[in-house]
Design a protein around this ligand. Structure first.
Ligand SMILES: Cc1ncc(COP(=O)(O)O)c(C=O)c1O
Length: 385
């Protein structure tokens, strides 16, 4: 294996830019004048990506803890929540909601299928007293992007509180919290945004912020309760400590750089870049006669999942790392051992990184006995961009 760092064409973490890597190699206390400025600016930029006039908290945790936290803040144990599940990440959120004894109505689709507005209508017709809904925007385990904007229309008609796991798409496709009526949206730093791992920006609507004020239910936790965070923002912002305890400041500094980068490029341009390069990558995969997990209509702009015969995914992943120094990833949950997943997000949603990946994918498959044409795959890619 080569000594230099592999190129990360993963569903996360994604390959950060040099600028982000440099920004992360810094130390700053989690309070005081300078931190206050960095924190305020980062929150402001994150609000622009979420398109919210509500609050943003920078939650210093991995994704699942942010999801678990969101779920216990969205509804109390008495209020019913519609959990929309169509893959491993939805399943895991469901486990968290069950662990916290939330009152669940389950809407489940198979891996590779999308949650549709019709599915939601039907579930809500059968359960009129539902108070909230949860959905994964981009199901990272299958590369299915659920039609969030359309789902939100139905949620809005039923006046539901809405929580979205946008972890693997935040910074890679449009999110409009205010317009679509999203009350809680969990983003992530080191996937489509290209920052460093360990921080989840969470957008919170004005409506949910107000509900928290009025809520009388006992908290399920101290640090994880948004009321604790709200109190810190209200009482400690003045001295630059708008969070309950210490923060991984270097990760936030890197997040600041990553957010600034997408805002400077222009959100529309960033989303278009993801959409164009993901479609071009899928065309290359199809030119190799491989089968995709997600139907084209719901294909993710940040990840592609490819079905392969049993035993091949591990060999392909190892071969691409050993011979081309490129990391791709395998399947999860029901698709473990059956697929590979390639991330093309943030800094890697670009011509050079994707064409290198197509070449490596094609030649490694050839070595594994597949009859693929790398030239045809590259042509399909270049013809599509
Ligand atoms: C959609 C989605 N939700 C949740 C998570 C969990 O994030 P973490 O592994 O940081 O806990 C991931 C991670 O890939 C994800 O893609």
């Amino acid at each position: 294996m080569a000594n230099d760092h592999p190129l990360l064409m993963l569903p996360g973490p994604s390959q950060p830019s040099e600028e982000v890597l440099k920004a992360a190699a810094s130390i700053l206390p989690h309070y005081g004048r300078e931190w206050k400025k960095v924190h305020e600016e980062t929150v402001k930029l994150a609000k622009m990506v979420f398109k919210t006039s509500g609050e943003v908290i920078l939650f210093p945790t991995p994704g699942f803890l942010a999801i678990e936290t969101g779920l216990i803040n969205l509804v109390t144990r008495e209020e019913k929540i519609l959990m929309c599940v169509n893959g491993y990440f939805g399943e895991t959120a469901l486990k968290a909601a069950r662990t916290h004894k939330r009152n669940i109505v389950l809407l489940e689709k198979d891996y590779g299928e999308a949650i549709t507005p019709e599915d939601v209508e039907k579930a809500l017709k059968e359960n009129e007293d539902v108070r909230a809904a949860f959905v994964v925007y981009n199901e990272t385990s299958t590369a299915v992007m659920n039609p969030l904007r359309e789902l939100c229309k139905v949620f809005k008609e039923h006046d539901l509180l809405v929580m979205v796991d946008a972890i693997s798409i935040f910074g890679g496709a449009e999110i409009n919290m205010d317009e679509w009526g999203i009350d809680l949206c969990v983003g992530y730093a080191s996937k489509a945004l290209g920052g460093m791992p360990g921080i989840c920006p969470m957008g919170i609507s004005k409506r949910l912020w107000k509900i928290l004020d009025e809520r009388t239910a006992e908290p399920d936790a101290w640090y994880l309760d948004f009321r604790t965070w709200k109190k810190s923002i209200e009482e400690m912002s003045a001295w630059g400590h708008p969070h309950p305890s210490s923060m991984p400041t270097h990760t936030v500094i890197a997040l600041h750089k990553a957010l600034k980068r997408v805002i400077d490029e222009g959100l529309e341009n960033v989303y278009k870049r993801h959409s164009v390069f993901s479609a071009a990558f899928r065309n290359a995969v199809k030119a190799m006669n491989l089968q995709l997990v997600a139907p084209e209509e719901y294909a993710s702009p940040t990840i592609t999942a490819i079905r392969l015969p049993e035993g091949i995914p591990k060999k392909l992943i190892d071969g691409m790392l050993d011979n081309f120094n490129i990391m791709i990833s395998g399947g999860l949950g029901k698709l473990a051992g059956k697929i590979v997943r390639v991330g093309h997000m943030g800094f890697t949603a670009r011509r050079d990184h994707i064409s290198r990946t197509i070449t490596a994918l094609g030649y490694t498959l050839k070595e594994l006995g597949f009859n693929v044409s790398v030239d045809a795959a590259l042509k399909a890619f270049y013809d599509s961009i």
